[in-house]
Structure formats: structure tokens, C-alpha cells
Design a protein. Structure first.
Length: 567
């Protein structure tokens, strides 16, 4: 998706939210000249997650709705935590969601010279000073919510002394943490963010873009608003935790007398059975709890993509949960519902047996092969049909057979009949067991008059099973995924000081001996399917023609839809 007129015309207009109302009022009054220019400003210190998707869809969506622009800007002000790998991953994720920033890619580091010049301007105006207090001392001097802060002993240095010290900071004369540049605002302010915040700290670390050119780096609060101003942003959309930072955002811009965007805060996404803290996600990766940032159990966009989640489902999810001013937690079943709805409409139907049990049809001619007609998607007649090979030996799901079934078991059992999807009705005649007494094979007979799936004599067969030909199917590996955490709110640090104690040991199950239709050997990574009766799956990046690998994206059962209907 790009910013062309055709895309804007075709894109659905989401339900208006409070941000739309604010922008509508700005446009009515002529503020910003009727322009709408937003930005998505990720810090390249990790991979993006589903919470970022909400912000991406919001910022790019606002630009689309109002015929404006949206920049992609990397907040790269902390060289010790940032990597080019993360920059590349962020670009890929935003593009995968369908957004095109049309060359408007920027970095906070693009503005280091201007930010430094503006810092010097504040010093000259007596609005900033160099402080020798360490980080712990600054916190101590800041005071509390009920007690005012205390002035630093260095707060009243002369302009000349501050200019000299700041230049020496930039020149690398002092060590890390030895001095900082602070704004001179109000140490008694009720908002702690206004109590002489730090603008620059000494950090002798190479930067992924500027190398060793700088050894002082701007703090987020100093870089963010000024970067917005430089880019001509009209509406700076951020999450609710920055609401208390807005007075500081405004103070910096007013003190410099530059273009002043409007900061608007919205509630961030919280999702059940999930953590969306980058710090915690990084810990999962570094400590080997997952296989990487793109582990299909991760809430990262790369993990969701690998699991097979379609970007369209994420758009639908973001539209459904809406944009609000108050924090809340969304049931992860809502996301699953959006995935399931999209894949039900679009995913081709295929047959795969995950826990195989061999069936020999003793009265079917040896060596005979029939090509059965199978519909690709009953929700989409245009998807057409395919041919599925059928022979004397097939595999069915082990749980589709019981030797001593309960009364309402409508699958296969000794003497019972079932219908094979797209094929014949079969009857179980004999059970073959190994020395341990385990069922290893079923001997069945088929009714050649039931190729249509119906018995010509009118007898009723309630059960319909999927199957795969033993001679024509392909052995595959299937990976089943559950929630990564067993607790609904694993990020609650009071309840779970160590969130890893909530990890679900059953979150990943590998089934190495599955059988799938031959056509699935050609599945390319990311291609999605419904395995009949088993759920929705996608080919993994590890998949090859010789050894297909599929990840379960979501199960067939939709708990959220049932809850929604009851409500």
C-alpha cells in the first residue's frame, strides 16, 4: 500500500475516534494549514511487535484518511542498544503491513548537528546548564511527587562556563556519566519531568550510523519533539505513558520558537497471555527461551508473519480494538478471531494427517489409483478444484479411531462406517496390533458405489474423515503452537517478579511424522492453508520440497466469536 490516490479511495474508512475529532477540529480552524503529517518513530533496539502494529496502522492510517503524509523515523539516540539488523527488520515489518513511506525515511541521528546547535542556543539563553551530579544524585535531588526537588549546586554556572564545559563534553574530555547537560526549568514543578531534565549525556560508544563522531547523545525527550519540528510533523501521536512528558515537549519547542506540532496520546495495546515489553522480549531471545525474534510464539511482527498471520488480519484486529484514551487489556482470542476469519475466506483447503494411523482397504484393487475431485475453498467458488490421489493404503488421524468407542462417537470403530472426504464410504473390518498391544493398522473395506460420498441405498453415515494417500502423500513436519505463557497477565511485575516462571512448557510441539497431500510439497514459505478439521497452517521458512514444514497459525475453534455472540 502506498500513498497513491487509488489506494486512498479503495481503503475502507475506519470508525472515527477521538484523534480524528481533534484533527477534524484542527482542519476546521486552519491549524497547520489543513495539513496532516504524522510519523512512526521506532527505536531500533529490537524487533517490532503487535503493539507497534497498532501505532503503525494509526499513524499511516491518519495520513491515508486525510490525504497527508507519514514518515518512518528511527529514534537512534542510544548507540549501546541499537543495531542495523533492527533497522532492516523494522523496514520489512512496516512494508509487510502494507505501508509505503515513499522515501520519507529519517533518523534522529540525521539531526544531531541541529540538536547540538539548539542545545547551545538554550545555554546562551540561560535555559540549560552543565551539571556534575551523577545519575543517582540527580534522582535524589529531583524530589518526589509530594516533595519539591532541590537545585543542583551547579545550576547557577555562568553561560560562559556552561558553553565551555559543554564543548569539552563534546570533545571527549570527560568520562561516561561524569557530566550532563540539563534544562533549567523548575525544580519545584508538580510534574517531575519538568524538574531540570537531562538533555545530553556522555556515552563513548560508536553509533551504527555516525560512527565515533559523537560521544554525547541527546535524550529521547530532547530529540523527539525537535525531530518532529524539523520534519514539519503536524500531529505527533504517541502512547499514553508520554502524556506526562507533553509539557516538556511543549516547553522545548516554545523555548526554541520553532514549528510546534501537537502531541496526542492514545492507550497502548495490552494483550492477554503476552508480554509486549521490548526488554522482556529481548530477555526471551537472549536467554534461549525462544528460538529468536521470529519464533512463531513471539508477539513480534516477524514471529506472527512466520506463524502465518496475514497482515490483513492485523489491520482488522487494529480496527476492531479501536483507539482510546484509557488503558485496557484485549483478549488474544480477538486476534485469533481476526486471523481465522480472513483465512477462512482465503486459505485453500488441503488434507494433512498429523498423527497417522495406516488404513488398508482390502477390497480396493492393488495398484489402482483414482484422482478425486476436491474443492479448494467452499467460501470462494473462484478458487476452483484440485485432484487428490486415492489408493489402497491411506492414513487417517489416530484419534479418528477407537476400538471401544462411547455411544456418540461418529468416527471409525470396529464394524463402523465413515465417509472419506472427497472419496468413498469405508467400514472397519479388522484391527492390527503390535506386540505391545498398540493399534498399528486398520483393515477396512470400501463401498465402490459411494464415490459421490452418498450411499445409494440411503443408509446414513454421520462421520466424515480426512485422509492422505500412503503412496502419494508427502512426509512433513508440523509444529503446533500454544500461548507462550500460562498466565493471563505475565507482565504483571507485582504478581510475577520473574515473568519467565509463567512460560508455558507446552507452547511448542513438533510432530515430525505427519503426512500431507503431495501438492503441499510445493508450498512456499508463508503460504497459508486450512488443513481440514485440524486448523490453519502456513509453510515455515525451514520448509523444503523434500521435507515440508508447517506452523499452525490458529486452530479452527473460535472461542471469541462464541463469547461475542452471547454478549
Amino acid at each position: 500500500m502506498n500513498d497513491s490516490k487509488s489506494d486512498k479511495d479503495e481503503a475502507p474508512r475506519e470508525t472515527a475516534n477521538f484523534i480524528h475529532h481533534l484533527i477534524d477540529e484542527d482542519n476546521r480552524t486552519g491549524r497547520f494549514g489543513g495539513r496532516v503529517h504524522t510519523r512512526f518513530p521506532p527505536e531500533p533496539n529490537g524487533f517490532l511487535h503487535i503493539g507497534h502494529a497498532k501505532s503503525i496502522c494509526l499513524n499511516f492510517g491518519l495520513a491515508r484518511r486525510y490525504g497527508g503524509l507519514c514518515n518512518l523515523r528511527f529514534d537512534d539516540t542510544n548507540p549501546t542498544r541499537e543495531e542495523s539488523e533492527y533497522v532492516d527488520a523494522i523496514r520489512e515489518d512496516v512494508s509487510w503491513l502494507g505501508f509505503d513511506w515513499s522515501g520519507r525515511e529519517f533518523f534522529a541521528s540525521d539531526y544531531f548537528d541541529q540538536l547540538h546547535a539548539w542545545a547551545v542556543e538554550l545555554i546562551r539563553a540561560g535555559k540549560a546548564y552543565v551539571d556534575d551530579l551523577g545519575a543517582d544524585e540527580i534522582r535524589e535531588y529531583r524530589g518526589t511527587l509530594t516533595e519539591p526537588g532541590r537545585d543542583s549546586p551547579h545550576r547557577n554556572r555562568t553561560v560562559e562556563e556552561n558553553l565551555d564545559l559543554f564543548e569539552r563534553m563534546r570533545a571527549g574530555e570527560f568520562g561516561d556519566g561524569e557530566r550532563v547537560l540539563r534544562a533549567r526549568i523548575d525544580m519545584a514543578a508538580g510534574n517531575l519531568n519538568m524538574r531540570d531534565p537531562v538533555l545530553y549525556r556522555i556515552l563513548k560508544a560508536p553509533h551504527h550510523r555516525t560512527g565515533n563522531r559523537w560521544c554525547i547523545y541527546p535524550m529521547y525527550d530532547w530529540a523527539h519533539g525537535q525531530s518532529d519540528s524539523i520534519e514539519g510533523i503536524s500531529h505527533s501521536i504517541c502512547t499514553l505513558e508520554f502524556e506526562d512528558h507533553r509539557p516538556l515537549y511543549d516547553w522545548f519547542l516554545d523555548a526554541l520558537g520553532v514549528h510546534h506540532p501537537q502531541q496526542i496520546e492514545f492507550a497502548r495495546l495490552n494483550l492477554t497471555y503476552t508480554v509486549l515489553s521490548k526488554r522482556k522480549l529481548l530477555a526471551l531471545v537472549k536467554n534461549g527461551h525462544v528460538t529468536g525474534w521470529d519464533d512463531p510464539r513471539m508477539p513480534t511482527l516477524s514471529g506472527l508473519r512466520r506463524r502465518g498471520v496475514p497482515p490483513e488480519a492485523i489491520h482488522d484486529f487494529c480496527d476492531r480494538i479501536g483507539v482510546a484514551r484509557s488503558n485496557s487489556t484485549v483478549d488474544i482470542a480477538v486476534l485469533d478471531h481476526c486471523v481465522r476469519e480472513f483465512m477462512n475466506r482465503t486459505a485453500p483447503r488441503m488434507m494433512a494427517v498429523l498423527n497417522p494411523l495406516k488404513v488398508v482397504i482390502e477390497n480396493y484393487p492393488e495398484g489402482q489409483v483414482e484422482e478425486m475431485e476436491a474443492e479448494n475453498n467452499p467460501e470462494d467458488p473462484s478458487a476452483g478444484t484440485r485432484k487428490v490421489s486415492f489408493g489402497r493404503e491411506i492414513y487417517i488421524e489416530r484419534e479418528d479411531f477407537m476400538e471401544d468407542p462411547p455411544k456418540k462417537f461418529f468416527r471409525l470403530a470396529p464394524g463402523a462406517e465413515v465417509r472419506l472426504k472427497h472419496a468413498y464410504i469405508i467400514r472397519c473390518e479388522k484391527v492390527v496390533k503390535n506386540e505391545a498391544g498398540e493399534v498399528v493398522q486398520l483393515i477396512c473395506r470400501y463401498d465402490p458405489e459411494t464415490k459421490s460420498g452418498q450411499a445409494p441405498d440411503g443408509r446414513k453415515v454421520k462421520g466424515t474423515l480426512h485422509w492422505v494417500s500412503a503412496a502419494h502423500g508427502v512426509r512433513a513436519e508440523v509444529r503446533l503452537y500454544e500461548h507462550l505463557f500460562t498466565e493471563e497477565n505475565p507482565g504483571d511485575e507485582k504478581a510475577f517478579p520473574d515473568f519467565t516462571t509463567c512460560l508455558n512448557p507446552q507452547s511448542r510441539q513438533v510432530l515430525p511424522e505427519c503426512w500431507v497431500e503431495a501438492g503441499l510439497a510445493r508450498a512456499k514459505p508463508g503460504e497459508r492453508y486450512q488443513f481440514l478439521r485440524m486448523g490453519y497452517f502456513a509453510a515455515d521458512k525451514d520448509s523444503t520440497a523434500e521435507r515440508p514444514v508447517f506452523n499452525r497459525t490458529v486452530t479452527l475453534r473460535d472461542t471469541w466469536a462464541k463469547i461475542a455472540r452471547k454478549g
